[in-house]
Design a protein around this ligand. Structure first.
Ligand code: KIV
Ligand code: ZN
Length: 525
């Protein structure tokens, strides 16, 4: 048996709340960000990048409040290479027991052209901004954005400047997901060999998944000497996303024989946070996603099932319980009591206070009435749905009745509670969902365009619950809503209303197009 405690430690830096949230439509509320940060802290993530404080008042408040609540994790905020960004970042992270400022500038030829700085001017800017940050905080991370497309000589020069100016972590981003594993490893090895002082700092790897190699690139960088992996839950992030936390953590655990590194992450907490991030971001996890996908541990074929029954290791390289999945799929029904529900939910990773349990129990009974057998996935969908229907939302679905079939117009009668007052209307449409959405639009006129409408069955059978995801776009603002119900039309309307409620919150948070994250992100000045 290998003694893992003597193995080199790889720090896990989670950026779900910054790079992940930057993904169009993945906007999370303040309360959701705090909840996710608490889960990350609790599962042993070393550094949480909580947001980009200068981007908006909301981002600032989230980073500040996460900093205040953090128990063990280092809390990091992002700042471009200017004093204003860095000061604002410090104002937010300084409340943490262990604060960090992460400042960056694009160093590749394409990125240098944006602020119109030549190589020397940019080098000076890096020196000045890292020095300024270091005067505020003793834990500084610096990133040359688009490092994988930066000339090696220049990269070595600027990394050395950042180290001399006081950065203790140097992050090497593959911003556009361009590199491949052997190049990712060679880049870290080159920097460790050539840059004076490289042995005094921690090198980090930050990979994007545009070519589907983010996890492989991150692990290759670690083998070459990087000791911090930047990643997000479910691989959430712009375009094809970032390195997935669950993939690198489990790869280092399962293949510890050839990658002898340890992390501080408790892998049994992975499934719970994965579900939470999927719910609040509105980005459902694809069924065949490694580690956390619904099918990751499902064995459909006869040969596999037979092998599994004889010896699980025949077809499984890790146990479901390693990531916090329960092994039993105990069926619950309308006779199951409160204690059984609490224990089942605890097993699935949901810890509820008494008043929350009372609320969920009522909804569970309604579900058990509609559907004889309630499976684990039904309970998870029910919990995810309770996470999205807030009592203080502007719009709430009170009553819905639809008429559909082969004849006559499809009609919907809808009552919406809008800011506490009930409003009712009848509407028609091409089908029941169209009629119901038209009714919402008539009661709450809005310019939001439907970008995505997606339905998936939670379990098998015609009485299965449907999970519906709706994505809306209005003046460049994107919001996503989700809901689950045994009635697909009800789930659809609730998901639509949920997305509208999120859009309403976004409207009050930012003027159209004022989001620094989307329009100004690459501007370093
Ligand atoms: O991908 C990237 O380059 C980034 C930097 C801000 C670190 O996210
Ligand atoms: Zn990134």
């Amino acid at each position: 048996m290998t003694d893992k405690t003597t193995q080199p430690r790889v720090l896990i830096f989670d950026t779900t709340l910054r790079d992940g949230e930057q993904s169009p439509g993945a906007t999370m509320t303040h309360a959701e960000k705090l909840e996710i940060a608490a889960l990350l802290d609790d599962m042993g993530v070393d550094i949480i990048e909580a947001g980009f404080p200068i981007a908006s008042e909301g981002d600032f408040a989230a980073v500040r409040d996460i900093a205040r609540q953090a128990k063990t994790s280092v809390i990091c905020g992002l700042a471009r290479a200017n004093f204003k960004d860095i000061d604002r970042c410090w104002e937010a992270v300084k409340h943490a027991r262990r604060p960090r400022i992460h400042t960056f500038i694009g160093t590749s030829p394409l990125h240098r052209a944006i602020p119109n700085l030549d190589m020397d001017q940019m080098a000076e800017r890096i020196h000045d901004t890292v020095t300024h940050a270091r005067n505020l905080c003793d834990n500084i991370q610096w990133s040359p954005m688009d490092a994988t497309r930066t000339e090696h000589d220049y990269l070595c020069r600027v990394v050395e400047i950042a180290i001399r100016a006081g950065a203790s972590t140097i992050n090497i981003p593959d911003t556009v997901g361009y590199t491949v594993p052997r190049e990712s490893a060679a880049l870290i090895a080159m920097l460790l060999n050539r840059v004076p002082g490289a042995d005094t700092v921690t090198f980090a790897t930050h990979c994007h998944n545009d070519l589907g190699m983010a996890t492989a690139n991150a692990l290759a960088a670690v083998e070459a000497g990087a000791r911090q992996i930047e990643c997000t839950i479910n691989g959430l992030g712009e375009r094809a996303g970032n390195t997935a936390l669950e993939e690198v953590v489990m790869a280092l655990k399962v293949r510890n024989d050839i990658m002898p590194f340890r992390t501080g992450v408790d892998s049994t907490k992975i499934m719970n946070i994965s579900r939470k991030v999927a719910t609040v971001s509105g980005f459902a996890v694809q069924f065949n996603k490694a580690i956390v996908g619904k099918n990751a541990f499902a064995h459909e074929s006869g040969i596999h099932q037979d092998g599994m029954l004889k010896n699980a290791e025949t077809f499984e390289i890790m146990r479901p319980t390693d990531i916090g999945l329960s092994e039993t799929n105990l069926v619950m029904g309308k006779h199951s009591g409160r204690a059984a529900l609490r224990s089942k939910l605890r097993e699935l990773g949901f810890e509820l206070a008494d008043n929350q349990l009372a609320d969920v129990f009522v909804r569970f009974k309604a579900l058990a009435d509609a559907k004889k057998e309630v499976y684990d996935d039904d309970l998870i969908a029910l919990m995810q749905d309770s996470g999205t229907s807030e009592k203080h939302d502007t719009l709430q679905v009170k009553r819905l009745r639809v008429v559909c079939g082969t004849e006559g117009p499809r009609e919907a009668e809808l009552t919406l509670t809008i800011e506490g007052v009930d409003h009712s209307i009848d509407a028609t449409g091409d089908g029941p969902v169209d009629a119901a959405f038209n009714a919402v639009k008539m009661l709450y006129p809005n310019r939001a365009q439907l970008q995505l409408y997606q339905v998936s069955a939670v379990t098998e059978g015609t009485d299965a619950q449907a999970t519906v995801t709706v994505r809306l776009e209005e003046d460049g603002r994107i919001s996503t809503g989700q809901s689950a119900d045994t009635d697909t039309v009800v789930a659809s309307v609730k998901a639509y209303v949920n997305a509208l409620n999120r859009l309403i919150v976004r409207r009050t948070k930012s003027a159209p197009g004022s989001d620094v994250k989307s329009v100004n992100y690459r501007d370093a000045s």
